[in-house]
Write a protein that binds this ligand. Sequence first.
Ligand code: ADP
Length: 636
Amino acid sequence: MTMSVETQKETLGFQTEVKQLLHLMIHSLYSNKEIFLRELISNASDAADKLRFEALARPELLEGGADLKIRISFDKDARTITLEDNGIGMSREDVITHLGTIAKSGTADFLKNLSGDQKKDSHLIGQFGVGFYSAFIVADQVDVYSRRAGMPASEGVHWSSRGEGEFEVATVDKPERGTRIVLHLKAEESEFADGWRLRNVIKKYSDHIALPIELPKEHHGEEKDEPVEPEWETVNRASALWTRPRAEVKDEEYQEFYKHVAHDFENPLAWSHNKVEGKLEYTSLLYVPGRAPFDLYHREAPRGLKLYVQRVFIMDQADEFLPLYLRFIKGVVDSNDLSLNVSREILQKDPVIDSMKSALTKRVLDMLEKLAKDKPDDYKTFWKAFGQVLKEGPAEDFANKEKIAGLLRFASTTDASGEQSVSLGDYIGRMKDGQDKIYYLTGESHAQVKNSPHLEVFRKKGIEVLLLTDRIDEWLMSYLTEFDGKSFVDVARGDLDLGKLDTEEDKKAQEQVAKAKEGLVERLKQVLGEQVAEVRVSHRLTDSPAILAIGEQDLGLQMRQILEASGQKVPESKPIFEINPEHPLIEKLDAEPDEDRFGDLTHILFDQAALAAGDSLKDPAAYVQRLNKLLVEMSA
Ligand code: ADP
């Protein structure tokens, strides 16, 4: 390499987030340091993809050289590794932003969550993706020489940094298009400046890269006096993995390819590789990641598939091919039908995309079904990471509602752990004779719902109830009305009708009690007045004196709280006050001749029922006063 003149030299500081990331990476990824090569090769491959794409519209960008590749050389004595690609390259501005800042939204929050515990952090950082900066795991100085395709040779840029607080940029001559990265290895990492070592690492992590990766051919036993231009040999397979027949691709290859497309460090849970022929022709390779990315709930977080048209990379994050509730799926789709100059705007309107979208959606749902069936433990991992997102499905995708519902997992009264592990299929398999409904209860937390008085009659009869405590659940259930022909019933809502689960005798007895307590119900109505929609005798209870039920058409507590928190006006709704006629407190109340005392007791019972439902009291001070008055009387 000849020394060229550097002009417009300046020293710039890394963005704070980059500094933190660098520090962390160097200290937590040392046990897996060889991945730096995978990351740099991955970037070079993306750069080649981008050049090919831009050259569709501007062939002159190829500057006469369409033979895209990456060459990796090394110098044992100087302790350097050099990676050179002839992809799209970077301008001075590109270098300053791409190699000086991190553009991902939510990065600062992510970095705040790191614990300082290196083992834990190394997992987290993998979830974030490290890319270029991983060079500093093995190098104490990195030099990048780059020139953006289409720019004159005089507008090359040299970036240099020791990975501490700052970097230098200067303008240099760079006749060849693309990027050359020189890693000055730390003394203890000199093992990487070795052909055999590099070849192994490339084979292990980057065999699937479609771009040829070349190393200098090794000449054994030959004495050379003068350095000669090396002969190069391709060490990877250099064909697009998804174009190969399924039977020929090894699991490890699928896994490494996943890490490249998903920028993940860990293996995926499942994948589905399909070639579709016929009216539409395309190949898809879809992956289910093993964990949520740090920005899963960020609205602007990248999502979607990598789109290729006839092997040519067209765009990243093509989000038109899958619905929002499957935004965690990663992968590639390569179409033969779309035009090479397809744009996002065209994608949004093209009917071809619609049919691909529904086919790909179905593939993903099938893949998840298979995962649940064949690898229940992996499905559990999946559910923990993405269950909340999948729950958006029934509202978004009417056509696949039943299929999605079958993939949902719930906590239930049959499992004290509170884990979301019960499928609707499991539930139906355990239904009692005469049961034709799926019962559920929603609430704030598992601790709250599992002791809810609403469950008393179900416990007594041994009927399973699903316990739904995610923020999204009540909303989900407003879309999920039926599964396998059985309707869902919120046990806290309306006038609980257990259908055939109550015998004729049960029903007769209920009617008789209701009749016997008509007088009491009237008195309660007088006291509670406008606070309630109705007062009635309950058949939900065995142990509690009273309970609040929600009106059939009213919003539940969870939805009400969410709407209120977002500042929306919530329609007023009044609860139904139900009493347990067999409870000693209710019997006492019925026998209470003093109207004042009757009133106090009623208010206390009503407020307690609200508390048990997880609601807050309108007038907590009045509740405390009444209760204290009662306590004083008791101890007098
Ligand atoms: P990521 O690849 O996840 O975007 P990186 O930190 O690895 O993050 O790279 C940041 C950016 O730098 C890339 O998105 C790309 O724009 C640019 N870049 C990195 N390496 C190259 C390269 N070899 N050629 C062209 N651009 C590159």
